[in-house]
Ligand binder design. Sequence first.
Ligand code: SF4
Length: 530
Amino acid sequence: MSQLAQLSTVNHYTAYKPKPFTRQERDNTTILFGGLTWKHERLIQAALQNMGYMAEPLPNIEREDLDAGKEMIDVGACCPTIFTTGSLVNFLKKEVSAHGKEETTRKYVYLTAGACGPCRFGQYHESYAMALDGLGLRDFRMFLLAQDELDQGASGGGGLEINLPLSLGIIWGILCGDQLTDLEYLVRPYEVKAGQTEQALRESTEYMYEVFRKRPLQKGKLGTLAWHLGGSYFTRALREIRKKWDAIEVDRLRVKARVKITGEFWLQTHEGEGNYNIKRWLEQEDAEVIAPPVAVWLHYLMHPTIRKLEHRHSTSKHPQVEQLVLKALEKLYRVTYNRFRKAVGNLPNQLPDQEELLRLAEPFYHFELRGGEGHMLIGKALYAYHHKKAHMVCELSPYSCMPNTMSIGSMANVLGKYPDLLYAPIEVKGDAEVHALSRCQMILTEAKKRAQAEFETALEQTGLTIERIREFEARHPEVRRATYRVPHMGCSGHAANYVFHLSRQRGLAKAASKKAPRKEAQAWTTSHAD
Ligand code: SF4
């Protein structure tokens, strides 16, 4: 073969471009998606169905997905990319063996988050495309949901229209999913009857699923926005589910180490084999987990644009106006989150202030170093430390993740300045569970000691005893309800906050003041109460 002929047979690389998904195909095509917890995904499924789509979350991640992903994409990929690709691959393989390639390609499309930026998140779809190639499913359709555009319009073919009602449905689903997740992790470690939290959680999620599926659609963009921001449709529903949690009895005198989970977005959000089921494992090890809300990530996404405008690094003709509009939207976002929290008794945690996270992280990690969670990892660890929100921080860091590697490096500097901050960076690569969990256990042992010491100090300072508290609880059973709110009294642990809180209640305050020197108790409460 001549050299010219050889050259003419070269197959040049062409980027993946999905085949059209037409409006007519919508009623017979299922949108696949995944990447969050089963609660968030159930509500997103409802939001999609509400807009007339058939939708189905991918099955929860399993260990086999790691192997399937490794076989299909490049070896240097970070572990979330491998897991999520493997999950799609295993699902499609099953479908292909049951119904054949053509039917699978016709029956499903895949919707995934798209982004740009310095880390692999911007190229996830390339890995999926590579896997589709490997499976011989190049015609399988995959679409990107941009994280920074609420109204992207119709995809090629018009079958999928990412418009404001759909985007707001998905975001509101995420915000409500966060409330359910916070309730779950706040209550389960203290439930008296095992399994009650799980039951309330399942029932609440199904209730909210129906609420989202039946969401009334509004006319026009402004009408849609105003209805979501100002209406009471979702807060009423959340008030309803609060009743389900009311029935759960909890024992708040169980002393637990509180562990704040931070880390790479997918890994910290995930509940399953993708992160060694670390949240459940921590609970079994007598800890209370503070699960990271997805809402913090969405909140963070607003900030780079706000900063660009602040520093006038924008091509906008009216940067000040844009900045004002964005700040107003950010405020409305926080107000909405707090309205949802209020509807479930203000039990879920507040969103941290993004400005404060930036300020805390600034001496160690510059906010312009974006990728992954950027400076937030440092900011969140210091936020939990300074505000006494947790006894320890467990940072889940994916194998081969560039931003997390940088943040762990910077944490060495943070720990030099705050040596008593308990920090467990856990590298997750999917197949080194014993190593990762034993590292976590070492720090957890110290965290448990601190929780116990803090509890004993609380009893000593208030002059209360466990017997006195039990007597009080017998007379006031409402304090043992899961929905009874114990304010943060300046301690990291739930049990210690509970003791200080009860010491101010009528009926116990007297007993407390008889034993504890009044001056000392007052000094403590003024310096620690929030
Ligand atoms: S943050 Fe790390 S793990 Fe996550 S996509 Fe980027 S490189 Fe991968």
